[in-house]
Design a protein around this ligand. Structure first.
Ligand SMILES: Cc1ncc(COP(=O)(O)O)c(C=O)c1O
Length: 478
C-alpha cells in the first residue's frame, strides 16, 4: 500500500473524528432511522475492485457516522458504554497499526510489558499484592467467565480442568447480578441450575442471611458450594454487597470469592467517596472494566487474580508449535499460557495512554462528577411525589419510576413507551429495567460530558413525557 495515501487518508480521518467530537453535543443522541433503512444502507455485494481510500472514507462519513448512537453525547445515559477518552481512541488506532499479537512474547515484547504494567496498575488500585496476575479481556462477560473458571478449578484442587465436572455445585450471587454470571456457569460446564440468585435488601445488596441459608441447604442436599460472586456496583443501581462479610463466609466455607466490579471498579479512583469498595482487596478474583468507568473505548475488560499463579494452573498448556526456543531462561511472558485467548490484541495501549494523558486524578474527577449528577437526578425524583427513585445512588446509576397508580402491567407499558419516545426526541437515551418485579427507568452516567443542567432538563422532559403517556393510556382504557 502507498504510504502517501495512508498518510493523507489518516489525516483526513483524524480531522473528521476531531470535528465529530467537537460537535457531538449538537447531534441527536440516537439517529432517526429504522433497522430496515440501516440494512439497505450497506446492502451491496462484495466489491471485486477496490477504490481509493479517500472514497472509502467518504462512505464512512456519509453512511456510518450520522447513523451512530453517539455515546459521547452528554445525553447518552444508557447501557454502560462510556464517552471514550480521546487519548484512548488514538491508542486503539496505533495498536491496530502496530498489530502486536501479545499472546506470544515473540510477537510483541514491548507490548507484552506495557499490558503487564496496565494489569499491575489495576491490581494496585484493587489493593492486590505482588503475587497478583491477570489480563485484559474483551469485557466483563469474559472476565467473569475467567474468574468463575478459576474458581471451579481451584476449588477442585485443579482436577476439574483435566477430568471434567463431577457432581452438582452451587454458586451464590444476588438477584441483581449481571447475566454474564449465568452465561459463565453454562460455559464452564456447571450449568445455569448451579446458580443461586439470592434476594437483596432495600438497597439492592445481597442479603447475608439468604446466602448463609442457601449454602447450608446445598450442603444438606449434597451440593458442593463453590463460589460467591459479590457485586461491587450492580448494573442497575451501583449497589455494593458487603464484601468483608462475604469474605468471612467464603473463608469459613472454603469458597472462592469473585467480585464483579466491571462497572463499579471506577469508584477506586473516586476522591470524593473513598472506601466504597473496601474489602475488594481480599477477593480471590476481580472483574474490572476499563471500557466502562475508566472511559476506555471498547474493548477493554480485565480479570485480576490475587494469586496470579492460579491462571497458569487453570489454563497452562504449551503446545510444541508455540514453544519459544529463544526463552531458555523462561523470562518471556506468554499470555497464551496464562489465559483462554490465543491471539490477543494490545488492548492495554488505550488504557495506558489514557492514564498517561489524564492521570488517575482527572479520571477520578470525571467519576466524581458522574456520581454528583446521578445524585442530582435522584434528589429531583425524591422531591417529587409522582416519582420514586429506587435507592440513593452509591455510584452513577439511578433507577426512577413514575408513580401514578397504574397496575404493574400498565406501568411497564408506560415506562417502555416513554423510553421509546425519549429515543425519538433525540436529546437523551436511557433504558428501562425491572427490579423486584417493578419497572423503572434506568439511567447510568459514565460520561465526562454530562453536566448538572442535563439532569434538570432530563427530569423536566421525563415528567412531561410521563404525564403525556399516562393521559394516552388513560384515554385508551377500555
Ligand atoms: C456488573 C456488570 N458485570 C458484567 C458486565 C458485562 O460486561 P461487558 O458488557 O463488558 O461484557 C456488565 C455490563 O454492563 C456489568 O454491568
Amino acid at each position: 500500500m502507498d504510504v502517501h495515501e495512508f498518510r493523507e487518508a489518516g489525516h483526513r480521518a483524524v480531522d473528521a473524528m476531531a470535528d465529530y467530537l467537537a460537535g457531538i453535543e449538537e447531534r441527536r443522541v440516537f439517529p432517526a432511522v429504522t433497522p430496515a433503512e440501516m440494512e439497505a444502507l450497506f446492502d451491496a455485494p462484495l466489491p471485486r475492485a477496490g477504490m481509493p481510500l479517500a472514497q472509502v472514507l467518504e462512505q464512512v462519513e456519509a453512511r456510518l457516522m450520522p447513523n451512530c448512537t453517539h455515546v459521547g453525547h452528554p445525553g447518552y445515559l444508557g447501557l454502560i458504554t462510556p464517552s471514550p477518552a480521546p487519548a484512548g481512541v488514538l491508542g486503539d488506532f496505533i495498536a491496530a497499526a502496530l498489530n502486536q499479537n501479545i499472546g506470544a512474547y515473540s510477537i510483541g515484547p514491548a507490548a507484552v510489558s506495557l499490558e503487564r504494567r496496565v494489569v499491575r496498575w489495576l491490581a494496585d488500585l484493587v489493593g492486590f499484592g505482588p503475587e497478583a496476575g491477570g489480563h485484559l479481556t474483551s469485557g466483563g462477560m469474559l472476565a467473569n467467565l475467567t474468574g468463575l473458571k478459576l474458581a471451579r478449578d481451584a476449588v477442585s484442587g485443579n482436577r476439574v480442568q483435566h477430568e471434567g465436572v463431577r457432581g452438582p455445585s452451587g454458586v451464590y450471587v444476588s438477584e441483581e447480578r449481571h447475566v454474564s454470571v449465568d452465561k459463565s456457569l453454562d460455559a464452564i460446564g456447571l450449568g445455569r441450575d448451579s446458580l443461586r440468585a439470592l434476594p437483596t435488601d432495600d438497597a439492592y445488596q445481597l442479603r447475608l442471611d439468604a446466602l448463609e441459608q442457601a449454602i447450608t441447604q446445598d450442603r444438606r442436599r449434597g451440593v458442593r458450594p463453590l463460589a460467591v460472586v459479590a457485586m461491587a456496583g450492580t448494573t442497575n443501581t451501583g449497589s455494593v454487597d458487603d464484601l468483608a462479610a462475604i469474605r468471612g463466609i467464603c473463608d469459613r466455607e472454603s469458597l472462592w470469592m469473585h467480585v464483579d466490579a466491571a462497572y463499579g471498579g471506577g469508584m477506586l479512583l473516586s476522591r470524593a467517596h473513598p472506601g466504597v469498595l473496601d474489602g475488594i482487596e481480599r477477593a480471590d478474583s476481580v472483574t474490572i472494566d476499563p471500557h466502562k468507568w475508566f472511559y476506555a473505548p471498547l474493548d477493554a475488560g480485565a480479570i485480576l487474580v490475587r494469586d496470579g499463579a492460579q491462571l497458569t494452573r487453570s489454563f497452562g498448556i504449551k503446545p510444541p508449535y508455540l514453544t519459544d526456543e529463544l526463552d531458555a531462561a523462561g523470562e518471556r511472558f506468554q499470555y497464551y499460557v496464562h489465559s483462554l485467548e490465543q491471539s490477543r490484541r494490545l488492548r492495554g495501549l488505550k488504557v495506558w495512554m489514557s492514564f498517561q494523558r489524564y492521570g488517575s486524578r482527572q479520571i477520578g474527577r470525571w467519576i466524581d462528577d458522574n456520581v454528583a449528577v446521578a445524585r442530582r437526578l435522584h434528589d429531583l425524583a425524591a422531591a417529587s411525589p409522582d416519582f420514586r427513585s429506587a435507592t440513593p445512588p452509591r455510584m452513577s446509576g439511578v433507577c426512577l419510576r413514575y408513580e401514578c397508580g397504574l397496575d404493574e402491567r400498565r406501568s411497564a407499558a408506560l415506562h417502555a413507551r416513554v423510553a421509546q419516545r425519549m429515543e425519538t426526541l433525540g436529546r437523551f437515551w436511557f433504558s428501562t429495567t425491572v427490579m423486584k418485579g417493578v419497572t423503572f427507568f434506568r439511567v447510568n452516567v459514565v460520561n465526562f460530558r454530562t453536566r448538572p443542567e442535563h439532569m434538570d432538563e432530563l427530569f423536566a422532559l421525563l415528567r412531561a413525557e410521563c404525564v403525556r403517556a399516562h393521559d394516552a393510556l388513560a384515554a385508551a382504557r377500555p
